[in-house]
Ligand binder design. Structure first.
Ligand SMILES: N[C@@H](CCC(=O)N[C@@H](CS)C(=O)NCC(=O)O)C(=O)O
Length: 244
């Protein structure tokens, strides 16, 4: 029997941090949110490390299952679907091939797009020294991965089964922030561009993107001064923290 969910989400939004709230909203699951202030190192506080020993957002605690903690956005996504997606909105349960296809794209994001864009953010935004080799290496890999998505979206609205699934939900918050990760234009990937616009029109996804603070990507894209201000804050934070 499915218990009614009682979940706290620990996040601060963003490319990884926005994934669980998108899924929670798409599944219509009620939840509480605690904003974790990364620049204040809240992610390293002992109480948070008990929830995520890796000291990163996002994480959840499921109070309806003995305060069960889950970390890693992909593990959270699968956990939420396995426990609460009774209508198979985002993850098919009874069709093993369809389920495998969704999981393949989920892992493609977790092991490809997510890490590539995560590294790129450091070289493009969080490091004051601009290293062309690192920046170009990351951008080339991101574009290679976008090419795979673009080809797979040929003649299709969504990645699997012609409906919005976890496959789309996990890549969308990363891919829509391509410019932040150093890929200014995605004009060469028209299917991917249309896919972003399609998901931009999903009210639940948009609601999830703005949890717990309004999404910043659009603002940074339209207002270079705001982006520069954020880059400076992050550069000084990481300079102090990484000591490299
Ligand atoms: N693989 C992790 C990545 C999580 C991650 O990198 N989170 C970043 C924010 S996007 C973070 O918490 N950074 C804080 C830090 O590293 O101190 C996931 O998918 O959950």
């Amino acid at each position: 029997m499915t218990t009614s969910p009682d979940i706290t989400l620990y996040t601060t939004g963003g490319q990884n941090g926005g994934k669980p709230s998108i899924i929670l909203e798409e599944l219509g699951i009620p939840y509480k949110v605690k904003n974790i202030e990364l620049r204040k190192n809240e992610q390293f506080e002992p109480w948070f490390l008990k929830i995520n020993p890796n000291g990163k957002i996002p994480a959840i605690v499921d109070h309806s299952k003995d305060d069960f903690p889950v970390f890693e956005s992909t593990a959270i996504a699968i956990y939420l679907c396995e426990n609460y997606d009774t209508e198979e909105k985002l993850l098919p349960k009874n069709d093993p091939k369809l389920r495998s296809q969704v999981i393949q794209w989920v892992i493609f994001e977790a092991s490809g797009i997510g890490p590539a864009q995560g590294q790129s953010n450091f070289y493009c935004r969080f490091n004051s020294e601009k290293i062309p080799f690192a920046i170009n290496k990351c951008a080339n890999e991101i574009k290679r991965l976008y090419g795979v998505l673009n080809k797979s979206l040929e003649g299709k609205e969504y990645l699997v089964g012609n409906k919005f699934t976890l496959a789309d939900a996990m890549s969308y918050p990363m891919v829509r922030g391509h410019f932040f990760s150093g890929v200014e234009s995605i004009d060469e990937f028209p299917n991917l561009k249309a896919w972003i616009e399609r998901i931009d029109a999903r009210p639940a996804t948009q609601k999830g993107l703005n949890v717990p603070v309004p999404d910043k990507m659009k603002e940074y894209r339209e207002n270079p001064e705001k982006l520069e201000e954020f880059e400076k804050l992050m550069q000084s934070y990481f300079k102090d923290r990484l000591k490299i």
